[in-house]
Design a protein around this ligand. Structure first.
Ligand SMILES: NC(=O)c1ccc[n+]([C@@H]2O[C@H](COP(=O)([O-])OP(=O)(O)OC[C@H]3O[C@@H](n4cnc5c(N)ncnc54)[C@H](O)[C@@H]3O)[C@@H](O)[C@H]2O)c1
Ligand SMILES: [Zn+2]
Length: 354
C-alpha cells in the first residue's frame, strides 16, 4: 500500500489512501500503537454505517474499542461535547497509553482531535476521515478545535495525527452535495500549487478518485510541513478563497452554503481581485470558473442574497478590524501569493460583482 508521509516537528506521520481500509484498520494500527484501550469517536450517521466494521477490525487485532458517538452536525463541535467525551473516556478506563480513533467528517476529526489533545495531556489520535473534504483537507495538518457561540474554531490546539486512514469506499455513502463540496478544496489545491492537476480536473471523469485524493494529500502535506504552525505565510496560501468564503458562510448563517460552496464563491471573487491586482488573465479566470461549474459548485450568488451581509461580515472579521489586510491572490493558475495591497474596498467590489 502506497502511503504519503507528512513531516511534522520531531516525527512524521503516514496517510494511507485506498479502498477497503476500514476492514484492515486493526492490522494497520497494530505496529504503531501498543495500548489496547481506545475511544472510537464518531457521529451518529457515520457510526450507523461504519462503526461495526471498525470495531470488528480493531477487536480482531487485539484492541479494546469503546464507541462514543455525538449527534451529526456542526452543533456537536463544542466544549460541552468535548468534556462529555473526556468523562466517558475516564469511565471506559482509558489512560495515557490509550488512543482515540476519529471516524467521520471534519466535524468529528476536529472534535476527536481536540479531545485526544487534552486527554491526559495528549494521547495519539488516528484520523479516519469519511468525507471528501476531510480526506483531502481537514484530517491533515494537526488543527483541532471546537466552536463557541462567538464563532467557529475559537478554542483548539495543535495535535498532529498519529496516522491518517482514508478509505475511499466510505465516500460512496456520502450525500452528493457533501461529495461535491470537497471538490472546492481540491480545485483550490490545484489553483495554488499544481497546474497539471488543474488540467487533469478539467478532464476528470470520476475514475481513479484515490489517485486524486493522494495528490491532494501530498499538496496539503507539503504546505503544512513547510509551515506547521502558520508562521511563515506558506500555510496561509491554503486560505485562497477563504476570506470571502468565510464571510459568505457567516452571512448565510452557516445554513445557506456548505463550506466548500462558500469557498467556491470566495475563489471566484478572489480571482476577480487577482485579475486587478496580480495580473491573472481573464482567460485563466474563466477556466477557474468553468472548473468550479463542472463540479456543480456555485459561481454566482443568488440574486436576492444580501451582498451587504457579506461585506459587513468581512468588516466584522478580526483581522480586518486590526487594519491588517493580507489576502491570497493567484497571478496564474498553479501559483498563489500572499499580498498586502488588497483593500477592503477591493473586496467589497468583488463581492458586489458575484
Ligand atoms: N482541521 C482543519 O484543518 C479543518 C479544515 C477544514 C475544515 N475543518 C472542519 O471540518 C468540518 C467540516 O467537515 P465536513 O465537511 O467533513 O463535515 P461533517 O463532518 O459535518 O460531515 C458532513 C455530513 O456528512 C455525514 N457523513 C460523513 N461521512 C459520511 C459518509 N461516509 N457517508 C454518509 N454520510 C457521511 C456527517 O454525518 C455529516 O452529516 C468543520 O467543522 C470545519 O471547521 C477543519
Ligand atoms: Zn476550507
Amino acid at each position: 500500500m502506497k502511503s504519503i508521509n507528512v513531516q511534522a516537528t520531531g516525527r512524521s506521520y503516514e496517510v494511507l489512501v485506498g479502498p477497503g481500509l476500514l476492514g484492515q484498520i486493526g492490522t494497520i494500527i497494530s505496529p504503531k500503537l501498543k495500548g489496547a484501550a481506545c475511544a472510537l469517536i464518531s457521529d451518529e450517521n457515520v457510526a450507523r454505517l461504519y462503526a461495526d466494521r471498525v470495531i470488528r477490525a480493531l477487536t480482531e487485532a487485539g484492541f479494546r474499542p469503546t464507541l462514543m458517538t455525538v449527534p451529526a452536525g456542526e452543533a456537536s463541535k463544542t466544549m460541552e461535547r468535548a468534556e462529555q467525551l473526556c468523562s466517558r473516556m475516564i469511565e471506559a478506563g482509558l489512560d495515557r497509553s490509550s488512543f482515540a480513533v476519529a471516524l467521520g467528517g471534519g466535524m468529528v476529526g476536529d472534535l476527536a482531535g481536540f479531545v485526544a489533545a487534552i486527554y491526559h495531556r495528549g494521547i495519539p489520535c488516528v484520523q479516519v476521515p469519511t468525507t471528501l473534504l476531510a480526506q483531502v483537507d481537514s484530517s491533515i495538518g494537526g488543527k483541532t478545535a471546537v466552536n463557541t457561540s462567538a464563532g467557529k474554531n475559537l478554542i483548539g490546539t495543535w495535535h498532529q495525527p498519529e496516522l491518517v486512514i482514508c478509505d475511499v469506499d466510505t465516500l460512496e455513502s456520502l450525500p452528493r452535495r457533501e461529495f461535491r463540496q470537497g471538490f472546492a478544496e481540491i480545485i483550490k489545491h490545484a489553483v495554488i500549487r499544481d497546474t497539471a492537476m488543474f488540467e487533469a480536473l478539467e478532464r476528470f471523469d470520476g475514475a481513479d478518485l484515490a489517485a486524486l485524493i493522494r495528490r491532494n494529500v501530498e499538496i496539503k502535506g507539503a504546505v503544512v510541513s513547510a509551515d506547521e504552525r502558520e508562521l511563515t505565510g506558506e500555510r496561509a496560501l491554503l486560505n485562497f478563497g477563504h476570506t470571502i468564503g468565510h464571510a459568505i458562510e457567516r452571512a448565510g448563517n452557516y445554513r445557506d452554503f456548505l463550506h466548500g460552496e462558500a469557498v467556491s464563491l470566495g475563489m471566484v471573487a478572489a480571482s476577480q481581485i487577482s485579475v486587478r491586482k496580480a495580473g491573472l488573465t481573464e482567460v485563466e479566470r474563466e477556466r477557474l470558473i468553468r472548473a468550479l461549474e463542472a463540479f456543480e459548485l456555485p459561481t454566482r450568488l443568488p440574486s436576492d442574497f444580501s451582498r451587504e451581509k457579506i461585506t459587513s461580515a468581512i468588516r466584522f472579521d478580526k483581522k480586518f478590524a486590526r487594519g491588517e489586510v493580507r489576502f491570497v491572490v493567484i497571478p496564474a493558475i498553479g501559483c498563489a501569493r500572499l499580498v498586502d495591497n488588497v483593500t477592503i474596498a477591493d473586496i467589497e467590489t468583488a463581492v458586489k460583482l458575484l
